[in-house]
Design a protein. Structure first.
Length: 177
């Protein structure tokens, strides 16, 4: 489906025009980049105007909105999942694309997920797609990070890239403090 964490608890909060509202039953439609409030009658929905949403919390994830004047070198403005926040910040841009398919004489829709990860340091965001990008980001602390990764038995693999990236970001944050 087009929603983030549709399998989890739909209750969260929304910071709208600087005021925090919650608990609310909400959904985040990743394909449209829209936040939807669901009413208790489960029929009524309200799509919120993105320009007024500062942040929201859903499925144990906090999303912040980065607007064009805040994004410096990000590819898109919109909602970013805060995966780690310290001296450095790790964000994920959650994306899904939809494709119409025909199988066994019936039409349907298939959704594909593709997340992009950004590390923030020194006022700039750095896209990290792989291990090489991560080590380029940590720069002069690469040797120390590699030692700590070996101790913790951490390796970058595509299937668990996000969880290892969060742990490595935390390691790096501890080293530079």
């Amino acid at each position: 489906d087009p929603f983030f964490a549709s399998y989890s608890n739909p209750y969260g909060w929304i910071s709208y025009k600087g005021i925090k509202y919650g608990p609310l039953s909400i959904q985040y439609d990743i394909t449209r980049d829209e936040v939807v409030i669901l009413f208790p009658d489960s029929i009524s929905k309200v799509v919120l105007h993105n320009e007024f949403i500062d942040s929201f919390y859903l499925g144990n994830h906090t999303f912040i909105q980065l607007r064009e004047n805040q994004q410096e070198n990000l590819a898109n403005s919109g909602f970013y999942d805060v995966l780690y926040s310290g001296h450095v910040r790790l964000l994920a841009r959650r994306m899904k694309t939809m494709e119409d398919v025909i199988r066994d004489n019936s039409a349907g829709k298939v959704f594909y997920s593709a997340d992009r990860y950004y590390l923030f340091k020194g006022g700039l965001y750095y896209l990290v797609d792989n291990k090489k990008d991560v080590f380029r980001f940590v720069g002069d602390k690469k040797h120390e990070i590699r030692i700590e990764m070996r101790k913790a038995h951490l390796k970058f693999h595509r299937k668990d890239f996000e969880s290892v990236l969060i742990k490595v970001t935390a390691l790096y944050d501890q080293i530079i403090r």
